[in-house]
Ligand binder design. Structure first.
Ligand code: F0G
Length: 481
């Protein structure tokens, strides 16, 4: 929620009080430099004891509610037939309107099962944009990911309210070119994570559905951030301003055939699921669940998390919860924009995204500007963000780098975790770094895994810019900061 102040400003405001806290420490710049060097200039390899504000992700890091924690106490740990599962199935039926539920240990496990059942070698999977784990699973199954976004999607500075829309003309061409037999399904990601958490509109989803229905192609929604997408539809799409988040989610789900999600985001737990009302699809996926995940009634999740998910699925439909990250992201983006820092606009869900291409316009893409910016922000502030650019793309079969469409540094805002002063600190330090951006140089890999290299790969700076950045910071703010 946001409130209007008497001086004319609109600020996000918490609709909760904080009763449990976890200590964090700000290590001084020299320590941060050492930690970054040990982590191979990869923020995934930092330890949390070296991190002041962890904006790596909103995955599994959201604050849980008192009701979620209370529900965990009634977990039924039965291997088979657990009542916890039935409570979650009720919640999913109520919120999503789907009959059948397949729990998984997290979102990528759902992607694995969908790939196993639907994606055949030579197939294509059109989507509004890929996510890293989605692409990995669909390609491992022999399929090809086709991204058919609209031209606005890649414009980091924009006023387009729905940069996550699928390009309908290109969808028609794709169906004509490959035919329904070679299209596993069409995947719509509810707020496109790698485009900066940008939503699609209901109008677009409806038009996609119309085209697929005639051709008999399933429509799959990745609902990991579904409450945020619904929140943006409510804010930005005419005709939805008076609808509830629940009504909007139900309308989206009535258009889709299958919804899968990572429960680590909107639902504020650690788990995932696939849900559908289509008996045939359910029957095809179900046999694989105990092979890869666990018995039908827990699917690799702990029963405590299943209980918390049943509450989280309902709570994410409360307006204040659905907008809890989005309103802080909006504030964060607007503050940075006001001081001239290049950020992705309009503000999306889950995170504030810095545009590394414009921020570090002296670096060629082959030197991984978004990776360099992630390291520089950490050295300059103790804030950990996530590279979402070429480092996050694996090499092609010839071993060449695949240049990412965008070079972004994601500063995630987990739901109900950070306060306004922490956001203000982030704005200040990113602003300082922007004024000193000439100090930041490029990176190169010295250890590189073949799949999802961004998780474990190690890089080194070209030159000694990391050390010079830490020195410049300490000169300005003192050695203790
Ligand atoms: N789909 C989307 C849209 C996601 O954002 C994620 C995860 C997944 C699928 C995979 O789910 O992690 O539960 O296996 N996103 C995390 C992130 C990793 O940091 O954005 P998972």
């Amino acid at each position: 929620m946001s409130v209007l102040l008497s001086d004319g400003r609109t600020i996000p405001i918490e609709t909760h009080k904080i009763r449990i806290v976890q200590k964090v420490r700000l290590p001084p710049a020299a320590e941060r430099l050492r930690a970054m060097e040990e982590a191979g200039y990869n923020t995934f390899l930092l330890r949390t004891r070296d991190i002041f504000i962890d904006m790596l992700t909103d995955s599994g890091t959201n604050a849980m509610s008192d009701n979620q924690l209370a529900a965990m106490m009634q977990a039924d740990d039965a291997y088979a037939g657990s009542e916890s599962f039935y409570r979650l199935a009720d919640a999913v039926r109520e919120v999503f309107g789907y009959e059948y539920l397949l729990p998984t240990h997290q979102g990528r496990a759902a992607e694995h099962l969908l790939a196993k059942v639907f994606v055949k070698p030579g197939d294509v999977v059109p989507m509004n944009y890929h996510f890293t784990t989605t692409k990995a699973h669909f390609e491992l199954a022999g399929g090809k990911v086709l991204e058919i976004f609209t031209p606005e999607a890649l414009q980091t500075q924009s006023e387009c309210p729905f940069k996550g829309n699928l390009d309908l003309g290109r969808l028609d061409e794709t169906i004509a070119r490959y035919g329904p037999e070679r299209i596993s399904f069409v995947r719509m990601e509810a707020t496109t994570n790698l485009l900066g958490g940008q939503p699609f509109s209901m109008e677009n989803l409806r038009a996609v559905k119309q085209r697929l229905e005639g051709a008999g192609i399933p429509l799959v929604v990745d609902g990991s951030l579904i409450s945020e997408n619904a929140y943006f539809i409510r804010q930005r799409e005419p005709g939805y301003e008076n609808k509830s988040i629940r009504e909007i989610i139900r309308e989206m789900m009535a258009l889709a055939d299958i919804c899968y999600l990572s429960g680590r985001k909107s639902c504020a737990v650690r788990g995932g699921f696939i849900a559908t009302s289509n008996r045939e699809y359910f029957d095809r996926i179900r046999p694989w669940l105990p092979v890869y995940e666990g018995f039908f009634t827990y699917g690799g999740m702990s029963s405590k998390e299943i209980e918390a998910m049943a509450v989280g699925v309902r709570e994410m439909t409360e307006l204040e919860v659905a907008g809890s990250s989005a309103e802080f992201v909006r504030y964060f983006v607007e503050r940075l924009e006001a001081i001239g820092v290049p950020v992705v606009t309009p503000p999306g869900g889950l995170a504030c995204h810095l545009d590394a291409t414009r921020f570090l316009d002296h670096l060629p893409q082959a030197q991984y500007p978004a990776g360099a910016l992630a390291a520089a922000v950490y050295i300059g502030s103790g804030i950990r963000g996530m590279e979402r650019g070429t480092v996050s793309m694996d090499r092609d079969q010839e071993g060449r780098d695949v240049m990412s469409d965008l070079e972004l540094l994601r500063l995630a805002v987990p739901r109900r975790v950070f306060t306004m002063s922490q956001i203000e600190y982030a704005v200040d330090r990113v602003g300082w770094l922007h004024r000193n951006r000439a100090l930041v140089g490029g990176l190169e890999f010295y250890e590189e895994p073949p799949v999802l290299r961004f998780f474990a790969g190690k890089l080194k700076p070209l030159g000694d810019w990391g050390a010079r950045l830490a020195e410049a910071f300490a000169r300005e703010f003192g050695p203790a900061c």
